[in-house]
Ligand binder design. Structure first.
Ligand code: MF3
Ligand code: CO
Ligand code: CO
Length: 267
C-alpha cells in the first residue's frame, strides 16, 4: 500500500465522516461525569452512531496479531495511554479519560479523540490535558505542501519535551480514508526536513500520546489491546483528522462542540 491522495467527492466524503466522528464526542460530553462507566459511554455512542447513520470502525477491528476489538470506541483512563476497552468500572472525580471515536460513513473514515476531565481534577492532570491539546495543534499548524512529516513530529516533540513531558514512540498518527489505517505513519517526534513531503490531497491523523512521566509503555497484558505507561504516570491524547490543502490544511474532525484551536494557531 502507498499514500492515497483524495480529490473532489472523496474529500467531501471525508468531511462528512470527520464531522460525524466529532459529533459523537459532542453528544457524549455532558454524560462524562463521575459515576458513569466507560461501558455506558460506549453504549451511548453506539446508539448515537446508529441514529446519525454511521458505523463504528473499531467494533470488530482486527489488525493482524490482535484480537477483534470489542467496542464502538476506546476509553483510556489516567495511566492508560491508548486502546482502553470500555468496562464496568465507574469514572471517579479526578480521573482524566481519552475518548477516541472512529466512524465509517459511506465507506469513509473519520477519526478523532478528546480528553475529558471527570469532575474536578488535579492541577497536574489539567496541565497535561491542555498541553497535549496544544502539542497536537503545534503539529497540525505546520501542515502545508512542501513541509515534511518530520517537521510535524519535531514541532510536537519540542513543545512536549520543552514542558517536561515525554512523547510515546510506539503509536503514531496515520493516513486515513477508505481504510482506517493507511500510509503514511505520522510520528509525533522527529527531525525537521525528514520523511515524506506533504502534498495536497493527503489526509492523515495527528494524535500525540503525551506522558507526564517517562515515555515507555507496556501492554496491560490480559486483553491484547490496552496500553499503559510503564511508570504508571498519567497519559493524555488528542486526535484530529487533517487534509493537506493547496495552501495549508483543513481539519476534518470539527463540529459545534470542538474546543477552539489555541491562540497561537491562525488558520
Ligand atoms: N482510533 C485509534 C486511532 O486513532 C485506533 C483504535 S483501534 C481499536 O488510530 F481497535 F483499538 F479501536
Ligand atoms: Co487515529
Ligand atoms: Co483514533
Amino acid at each position: 500500500m502507498s499514500i492515497t491522495f483524495k480529490v473532489g467527492e472523496e474529500v467531501q466524503g471525508m468531511r462528512v465522516a470527520g464531522k460525524m466522528a466529532s459529533e459523537v464526542l459532542d453528544f457524549l460530553t455532558p454524560h462524562i461525569k463521575p459515576g458513569i462507566t466507560t461501558r455506558e459511554i460506549d453504549q451511548l455512542a453506539a446508539q448515537y452512531m446508529k441514529k446519525q447513520g454511521s458505523v463504528s470502525a473499531t467494533l470488530g477491528y482486527q489488525p493482524s496479531g490482535y484480537p477483534a476489538y470489542p467496542a464502538s470506541l476506546c476509553t483510556s483512563v489516567n495511566h492508560v495511554v491508548c486502546h482502553g476497552i470500555p468496562n464496568e468500572k465507574p469514572l471517579r472525580k479526578g480521573d482524566i479519560v481519552n475518548v477516541d471515536v472512529t466512524v465509517i460513513k459511506d465507506g469513509w473514515h473519520g477519526d478523532t479523540s478528546r480528553m475529558f476531565m471527570v469532575g474536578e481534577v488535579s492541577i497536574a492532570a489539567k496541565r497535561l490535558c491542555s498541553l497535549t491539546f496544544e502539542a497536537m495543534w503545534h503539529g497540525i499548524a505546520r501542515v502545508k505542501p512542501g513541509v515534511h512529516l518530520g517537521d510535524i513530529g519535531y514541532a510536537i516533540q519540542k513543545f512536549a519535551e520543552g514542558n517536561g513531558f515525554s512523547v510515546v514512540r510506539e503509536f503514531c498518527g496515520h493516513g486515513i480514508g477508505r481504510n482506517f489505517h493507511e500510509e503514511p505513519q505520522v510520528l509525533h517526534y522527529g527531525k525537521p526536513g525528514t520523511l515524506d513531503e506533504l502534498k495536497p490531497g493527503m489526509i492523515f491523523t495527528v494524535e500525540p500520546m503525551i506522558n507526564a512521566g517517562r515515555r515507555e509503555v507496556k501492554e496491560l497484558g490480559n486483553d491484547g489491546w490496552t496500553i499503559v505507561t510503564k511508570d504508571h504516570s498519567l497519559s493524555a491524547q488528542w486526535e484530529h483528522t487533517v487534509l493537506v490543502t493547496e495552501s495549508g490544511y483543513e481539519v476534518l474532525t470539527l463540529s459545534a462542540g470542538s474546543p477552539p484551536p489555541p491562540p497561537f494557531v491562525n488558520a
